[in-house]
Design a protein around this ligand. Structure first.
Ligand code: TRP
Length: 342
C-alpha cells in the first residue's frame, strides 16, 4: 500500500533555533525514521515573501540556510523530499482555484492571521495586502498538492490547517472526492521560552540560541540568560522555578543532574555563574553533531543545491499528478498536456 504523505515546512526568514528543534524538527526526524510515511518538507519562500516582499534577498539567502539546518538535524534527503515552494507552479495555480472556496471574512477571522496582522502594523498599516491575508489559501495548496494526510506543526499553525480542511471539504463537495483532507499532528514539542524569559523564543525577539551558533556564542548567550531576580548573592536561596537557566537545564541536562542543580540552587549552594557554565557546556555538547554536520554542508554548498534540486524535481512530479486529477474534476482539462508543451 502507498504510504501516507506528511507535509510540513517553514518560511525561510532566518536560521532555525532550538525552539524549532524541540518544537518541530525532532518530531520530523522521528516521523521520518519511523519509515511509516512519505515525508515532504517545503521551504516556503513564496509565503515568506507575503511579509518580506520588499526584502527578496533575505528570503533568498535563508532558503539555503534553512535547508542546511534541516540536513544538520538529521532530515535525510534519501527519506524526506525537501523542496522549494516557488518552483512548484501548481501550488500557485491551486491557490487561485481555492480562492473561490474561502471568504474574505473567514480569512480575517483566522486567529493566526489576525495576530500576525496586528504584529505587522509597521508593514501593513491599516490595510493588509491581499497576498498576506490570503496566505492560508496558498498553504492549503501546499498541503493538498501533495495529498498531505498529516501535517506536523506547532499550535500556532492549527487555525491554518483548520482553514485548509474547510477548503478541502467545500471543494470536494462541489467537485467530488478529489482532495485529501489533512490532519494536524501537534509536534510533541513544547514551545520553548526565550533566554530572556519571554514565552516564545523567536528570531525577531533576539532571545534565541541558533542551531548554527558557535560554542563561544552559546556560552555568551547562556551567561546572559535571566535568573531568579531575587537572588543577589551566591548564598541567597534560589528559586529555580523562575530561572531560565534551570528551565534549560530541564531540556539539556540529565534528570539526575537537573535534580541536583535545583536542590543546590534552593539551598544557596550553587552560584549562578557555575550553573550557567554547566548548562552552556551541555547545550554545546547536544548541538555538537548538528554543528559539525552544518560545517560540512556549509563547506559543500553544491551538495545542498543538488539535494534541493533533486527534491524539487520529485515534488514537482507529485504535484503534477495531483493537478491532473484536480483539473479533470474542475473540467479544466481541455487538451492533452503533452501535446500542449511548447
Ligand atoms: N506557515 C508555516 C510557518 O510559518 C510554513 C508553511 C508553509 C507550512 N506552508 C506550509 C507549514 C504547509 C505546514 C504545511 O512556519
Amino acid at each position: 500500500m502507498e504510504k501516507k504523505k506528511i507535509l510540513t515546512g517553514d518560511r525561510p526568514t532566518g536560521k532555525l533555533h532550538i525552539g524549532h528543534y524541540f518544537g518541530s524538527l525532532k518530531k520530523r526526524v522521528e516521523l521520518q525514521e519511523s519509515g511509516e510515511y512519505e515525508p515532504y518538507i517545503l521551504i516556503a519562500d513564496v509565503q515568506a515573501l507575503t511579509d518580506n516582499f520588499n526584502h527578496p534577498e533575505k528570503v533568498r539567502d535563508n532558503v539555503r540556510e534553512v535547508a542546511i539546518d534541516y540536513l544538520s538535524v538529521g532530515i535525510n534527503p534519501e527519506k524526506t523530499t525537501i523542496y522549494i515552494q516557488s518552483m512548484i507552479p501548481e501550488v500557485a495555480e491551486l491557490t487561485v482555484f481555492y480562492s473561490n472556496f474561502v471568504t474574505i471574512a473567514r480569512l480575517q477571522r483566522n486567529p493566526t492571521v489576525k495576530t500576525e496582522i496586528e504584529q505587522k502594523r509597521d508593514l501593513f498599516g491599516e490595510s493588509v495586502t491581499y497576498g498576506f491575508l490570503g496566505y492560508p489559501v496558498s498553504q492549503a495548496a501546499d498541503i493538498t498538492a501533495f495529498e498531505g494526510a498529516f501535517v506536523p506543526v506547532g499550535e500556532d499553525q492549527l487555525p491554518l490547517i483548520e482553514q485548509c480542511r474547510e477548503i478541502v471539504r467545500k471543494f470536494n463537495h462541489v467537485y467530488g472526492d478529489i482532495l485529501v483532507e489533512p490532519e494536524a499532528v501537534l509536534s510533541s514539542g513544547k514551545r520553548i521560552k526565550g533566554l530572556d524569559g519571554n514565552e516564545k523564543m523567536g528570531k525577531s525577539l533576539g532571545n534565541a540560541i541558533y542551531l548554527s551558533d558557535s560554542e563561544e556564542v552559546i556560552m555568551e548567550k547562556v551567561m546572559g540568560a535571566v535568573t531568579d531576580p531575587n537572588r543577589i548573592k551566591k548564598d541567597d536561596l534560589g528559586n529555580p522555578d523562575v530561572c531560565m537557566v534551570a528551565y534549560y537545564h530541564n531540556l539539556f541536562t540529565s534528570k539526575e543532574d537537573c535534580k541536583k542543580v535545583c536542590e543546590e540552587c534552593r539551598a544557596g549552594k550553587r552560584g549562578c555563574v557555575a550553573c550557567k557554565k554547566e548548562l552552556a557546556k551541555n547545550i554545546i555538547e547536544e548541538l555538537r553533531p548538528i554543528r559539525e554536520k552544518r560545517a560540512y554542508y556549509e563547506a559543500h554548498p553544491e551538495l545542498v543545491d543538488a539535494i534541493l534540486k533533486e527534491g524539487t524535481k520529485k515534488a514537482r512530479n507529485t504535484a503534477k499528478a495531483t493537478m491532473k486529477k484536480i483539473k479533470q474534476a474542475m473540467m479544466l482539462n481541455y487538451f492533452d498536456d503533452t501535446e500542449m508543451s511548447v
